[in-house]
Ligand binder design. Sequence first.
Ligand code: ADP
Length: 471
Amino acid sequence: MSSRLVVVSNRVADPRKTAAGGLAVALGDVLNKTGGLWFGWSGKVIEAEQGGVAGEGEVHTHQAGAVKLVTVDLSREDHDAYYAGYSNGVLWPVFHYRLDLADFDTGYIAGYRRVNQLFARKLLPLLQPDDIIWVHDYHLIPLAAELRALGCANRIGFFLHIPLPPPLILAAIPGHDWLIRALFSFDLLGFQSKADLGHFTAYAQAEAHAQNVGEGRWRAFNRTVHAGAFPIGIDVDEFQGLAQAKEGLDMYVRMKEEYSRRKLLVGVDRLDYSKGLPQRMRAFRELLASYPDTRDSATLIQIASPSREDVSAYSDILHELESLCGSINGNFGELDWMPVRYMHRTVARARLPGLYRASRVALVTPLRDGMNLVAKEFIAAQDPEDPGVLVLSRFAGAAEQLRDALLVNPYDTAGTAAAIHMALMMPLEERRERHQGLMNSIRRYDVHWWCDSFLEVLGEASAEESGTPWL
Ligand code: ADP
């Protein structure tokens, strides 16, 4: 691909910094090849008294190797409606099937649109005619439509990192028809799983009378869009490198010493209601209650990093989790054994592989998840001679690929407890076989495959209709 790549996402990361993680590294690799541009919000919010005028953000430019990082500030009003409001108060819960948690405040959608218009206005003058634009995630669904309205004829792809629910759930969003219309301004739509892709095509047919014109292409609103499933992966070599580096090894040795008598179970998540943390704790409590052999012999380390604390549904989940952990330790703990070690914080990325490798079982049990990268990181970090076992929710996008995990329904407390028990007792031979199957999958579909295959299809996508504004 000789065209320059322009990546647009809510937040921008310097791909040269190792803390950035797999996605930033992979995008950085591709951006570096052709000398690319990465555009997004600066992370800065301008308060009204500082002169924040709605919709007029200051632009910052920063060169990171061959990659130009361009970011824009947001006013308080715009930020609250676009980020906390529409993106995380409406789209995040609904796309994770949680209509009960959505806050359909009518003011949010206007702010969401204003920020997408601001992004389009600030980005347009930076574009060259043969740039390929790759837009990421639910914050920026209308961006292509806003760019097209300003006359942008470039090829534009979109990747949705979170799940897309079935049509009846989508239809609960006020203005959902506006969103689906906006999706047709892209040239390629990428989803995490075949299930999500199926929901898009069902929705497009039911609500937009889209026609299937073959080879993954759909026609509606006078435009043709390609749609496909591109499950995201991790950078397996990078992660294994971290496992062998000093901090990873130190962590592994410390954990092995600390838990030499006991089997370690691990959960690592953002503290989000989609992650099924209370359900996981109930399953662990059920395990201790129904399988007495696990008492005093298994310890669960649950790390939950603070996330979106300005969104109200998040404080409820925090209190529920604290109360469950306290009652499990109160009811089952001994003077020299606490069943749950719960930490409300982030662990340094360099230490994570050591923690994963020292654990016999990982609990990755979201109620819904676009993919779930923790599942893949856990697999990558294992010792193939003595690997741990992955207990994985069937409702994570990763379950479509990771068939050798122990798949569970996280709403089924007894069934999940039984699977955790099976994981703790699994003989070495079976652990190795399953791990081998899982490794093959994460190696084949790693983050480079994801990046390359999306961009290859976007490069081939016909740009025949580009430039037809629909607004
Ligand atoms: P999400 O994007 O919804 O948070 P993913 O599992 O797809 O979920 O990605 C989470 C990423 O953040 C992984 O790379 C994981 O290692 C990291 N992460 C999640 N929770 C923590 C934590 N408590 N401490 C450190 N890193 C975390």
